[in-house]
Design a protein around this ligand. Structure first.
Ligand SMILES: [Mg+2]
Length: 414
């Protein structure tokens, strides 16, 4: 079998409401690039990458020079061909490689008539548990719904998500407001949903002292972990000395070099594996093996997925024996998807691993067209800018927090 073509389409899919984070905001939608790898046997594989636009599409087009005419089963060779570690200074294509790896695994599963998890060693579980991902949210600019700013709104939002999807673990994305206010928010959710477990992620904008203070204030809560309270392995190591709970990261251990550094001089207890940031599902399986060897915790990170990427997270979650926590997904914040059959369904806080050949999902062409047109109309958005605080950026450690009394609605086209 040979690869004959690679196509990339940028789409934008609306969220229930704009999601606020430490560096800015998701402006009411996700922008993703959908990749299709075609073969001479009529089998097409699907991939997905965050972000998009002409530059992302042209990078995938440029990969045709490397990959057309090659056998899609030679995935390890593809890694060296387009993301050679010795050439990463000039050609760091980790995320490109990931999207193409997803597509090649999807092709091979269809060709061999097996789900991707069979290629990866076979599934150990039929469904993957997920955490509710709680964000502070601006109101939906169209109808004013969905705001999460006050403690009451946050608690209501958490209860609603638990009721709708059955989550028993809850992650609060912080780093928006001052840590004292976010501590009240986190404690209120933990109090209301007593018996569940919780995790907090301020996206590394605190000082080490703030991180230690916050960590010590929540030691009585049933925490899964405290995620990226500060930036850098050394700050994490200092925090870890004084806080009695696991620390997790998706920012400072995102490759094997950093994983090795963390093994040699431990700063982080739980590695959040991301099928995109690590360069594919197989790279994550390899990393999970290293973590198993050194008894480091593993969970699945979410970089803001549509159904294709979610399928990669499900296949990953199905095959790693040491997945010790519920996975993260932004997925429940989306209002739609580009796959056939509509969005994946949550049952009791978990999603079933697809069992049909390949990744187990098919593109809904109508939806692809619809959200590609929406992208053309709306374009990209600056992820690291807050629509109500234009020109603002957090210094690290941050001392210019948003104001929880500010009830304005941003004017965003979406
Ligand atoms: Mg994180």
């Amino acid at each position: 079998m040979k690869i004959t073509d690679i196509k990339a389409t940028t789409v934008t899919v609306p969220l229930e409401a704009p999601l606020r984070h430490a560096n800015g905001c998701h402006w009411g939608r996700f922008v993703r690039t959908i990749v299709e790898v075609e073969t001479d046997e009529g089998i097409t594989g699907l991939g997905e990458m965050g972000g998009g636009g002409e530059s992302a599409e042209s990078v995938f087009r440029a990969m045709k020079t490397y990959l057309v005419g090659r056998d899609p089963s030679r995935i390890e060779e593809m890694r060296f061909l387009i993301a050679n570690p010795s050439g990463s200074l000039y050609n760091n294509r980790t995320q490109i490689l990931a999207a193409l790896e997803f597509a090649c695994l999807d092709i091979l599963g269809q060709k061999w008539n097996v789900p991707v998890y069979e290629i990866l060693g076979g599934k150990l579980q039929d469904k993957v548990p997920f955490a509710s991902y709680l964000f502070f949210r601006y109101p939906n600019p169209k109808d004013g719904s969905g705001e999460v700013r006050t403690i009451e709104q946050l608690v209501e939002h958490a209860k609603d998500l638990k009721q709708r999807y059955g989550f028993t673990s809850h992650k609060l994305k912080g780093g928006v407001f001052a840590p004292e206010y976010e501590l009240e928010c986190y404690r209120a959710v933990a109090r209301e949903l007593d018996g569940d477990s919780f995790r907090f992620d301020p996206n590394a904008v605190w000082s080490t002292e703030q991180a230690i203070w916050f960590g010590q204030q929540i030691e009585d809560i049933k925490n899964d972990y405290l995620e990226d309270p500060v930036f850098g392995l050394n700050g994490m190591r200092r925090t870890r000395e004084k806080v009695r709970m696991p620390l997790a990261t998706n920012t400072v251990v995102v490759g094997f070099e950093q994983l090795a550094a963390n093994v040699l001089n431990t700063a982080v207890d739980v590695i959040l594996l991301d099928t995109t940031f690590w360069g594919g599902i197989r790279q994550c399986v390899k990393a999970a093996g290293v973590c198993e060897t050194f008894q480091i915790g593993v969970a699945v990170h979410s970089s803001g997925e549509l159904g294709i990427q979610l399928a990669t997270m499900l296949h990953l979650g199905a095959v790693i024996p040491n997945l010790s926590f519920a996975a993260d997904a932004h997925y429940h914040q989306l209002v739609d998807d580009i796959i056939e059959g509509g969005k994946f369904k949550y049952e009791n806080g978990a999603i079933k691993v697809p069992t049909t050949p390949g990744l187990g999902i098919k593109l809904n062409r109508e939806k692809l067209q619809k959200y590609s047109e929406l992208y053309k109309r709306l374009g990209s958005y600056p992820y690291d800018q807050d629509p109500l605080r234009k020109g603002w950026t957090p210094t690290i450690p941050n001392n210019r927090w948003a104001d929880p009394q500010d009830a304005r609605t941003p004017e965003i086209a979406f």
